[in-house]
Design a protein around this ligand. Sequence first.
Ligand code: SF4
Length: 461
Amino acid sequence: MSSKLSQEPGSFRVIARGKLGDARIQGALDLSVTRLRDLRLDAWSGLEDVEGLRERAHELRMRVVDDLEGYLGQFQRSVEGLGGHVHRARTPEEASALIVAICERRGAKLVAKSKSMATEEIGLNGALEAAGIRPVETDLGEYILQLGGEHPVHIIAPAIEKTREQVAELFSAIEGREVPAELEALTASARRQLREVFLTADVGVTGCNMAVAETGTVAFVSNEGNARLVSSLPPCHVVVMGMERLVPTLDDLSVILRLLARSATGQKLTSYTTLITGPRREGETDGPEELHVVIIDNGRTNLLHGRYREMLACIRCGACLNVCPVFRKTGGAAYGPVYSGPMGAVLVPLYVGLGNAPDLPHASSLCGACTEACPVKIPLHELLLDLRRDMVDQGVSPRWERAAFTLWSLAWSTPLGYRLTTTLARLAQPLGAVVGPGRLWAAGRGLPAFARRRYRDRPRG
Ligand code: SF4
């Protein structure tokens, strides 16, 4: 179980309340997620038979989930046949220890990283720092967050809540002179700071958008080109991937890539789509001498055979975040340090156990917008409902909630109890008397007035 993803009960509400009260963050969120959502809708409308493509993507991802061990074995043989190394890690700690050991064996002091939620999931930066190795994020958004000591708040746009002025302040502190809060100046500053990292890093660490079982190919997409530099300049490349991130063939990869960029950023393809098949071969002029793929489980095996297995089809596009009315207001931090929005609300409790993330299944209006936006057709809102059911079955829901529903059920199981409670509610409504936890729910809602006479009491005929 990953304690790195766990949450204190009630923390969602506390963090969300802070974000809701911050007009700057509300403005930034609204602008960015609306833009990403509109770009996706435009891109999907230009795609022939988008429903057919979504069905295909769902089918091929579920084919992998149905025989995950078989595909993982095929992928491992393919990578090793090319001269690469494959490592399997059950927990975040095991994964981090494996990567630290690879770095130490090479005497590495500096690690260049490209954006990877899997490395966030295992807390890799902390583990490297503890071993005296300096990790540097090279994705612009991640680099900004690393300088500020913060976590990503969106899986595609990690620094979505930051303003230019805040970034300029961070960069000025690094450069020791004022960097203007203008896009060109900021990107030039980042380039100056990161160029040296690309050139001198001992090890490059990337994530993996998808890997191909048949060929041992690892694919990653980016718009900044940093992932390509991280994977080709340092002499050793470590890929960190969740164990489910596989497709059977290169043809299948093309289906996912057609949906991934369109759903994430509205592009037909991202600016850089990199496919790595093994380490550098004789006669090649670039690429790492040594390639390691670290495959992490971290709770995924527990999902393989149950109701939630469809969640393993996720391609981490972020489309569900951009349409979710809850995420659009609270932002990502409330969900915890790694996964947010509807996909995070489903995934995190499944990885860490409902008792370690009890707020998340409730972070949804169940409107179904996430399910409609998901390119691989994961029924997200249904899974959230199932999680709520599991919370009740496992006794994880708060005591007051269980007591309230038990009392309600008792009251409405007899005609006398039903009549008594509805009469009381009718009498109390003009007083505006919603009390207890219901008060918060009722605040800002206009409740319809009860009829003066109940339907059952009206004369028939
Ligand atoms: S759940 Fe679907 S929409 Fe959300 S990130 Fe995963 S693939 Fe994208």
